[in-house]
Design a protein around this ligand. Structure first.
Ligand SMILES: [Zn+2]
Length: 106
C-alpha cells in the first residue's frame, strides 16, 4: 500500500476544507469582508445562513476525520479497521481516504 499517496490525498483535502471553512466562517461572522468571488457565487444558491452553518458543520466533521486519518498514518494504524482490526483495503481507502472502518464495519 502506498501510504504516501493516501497521505498526499488527505493533505490536499485538508487544505481545501480549511479554505472552504475560512470562507464559510467569513460569510457567517464577518459579512462586511469580501469572500472570494467563486465562493460568493456558490453561496448565492445557498444564501440562507442556516444552510451555510450546515455546510460549515459538514466541513468541520470531515476535517476532523481527515486529521484522525493523518494521525492514523503516523501511528501505522491507517490501513486497519478501527473496529475489527482487519485490513480496510486499498480500493476502499482510495474511494474514501479518511475512513477508519472496513467495508463490513462501515
Ligand atoms: Zn472492520
Amino acid at each position: 500500500m502506498n501510504l504516501q499517496h493516501h497521505k498526499q490525498q488527505l493533505l490536499t483535502s485538508k487544505l481545501e476544507l480549511e479554505a472552504r471553512l475560512a470562507n464559510t466562517h467569513r460569510h457567517l461572522h464577518h459579512k462586511q469582508e469580501p469572500v472570494s468571488p467563486n465562493f460568493h457565487e456558490q453561496l448565492l444558491e445557498t444564501s440562507n445562513d442556516a444552510q451555510v452553518y450546515q455546510l460549515e458543520d459538514l466541513a468541520q466533521a470531515e476535517l476532523q476525520q481527515i486529521n484522525r486519518a493523518l494521525a492514523r498514518i503516523e501511528s501505522g494504524q491507517y490501513p486497519y479497521c478501527s473496529r475489527c482490526g482487519k485490513g480496510i483495503g486499498e480500493q476502499r481507502l482510495l474511494a474514501v481516504p479518511y475512513t477508519d472502518h472496513c467495508i463490513s464495519c462501515a
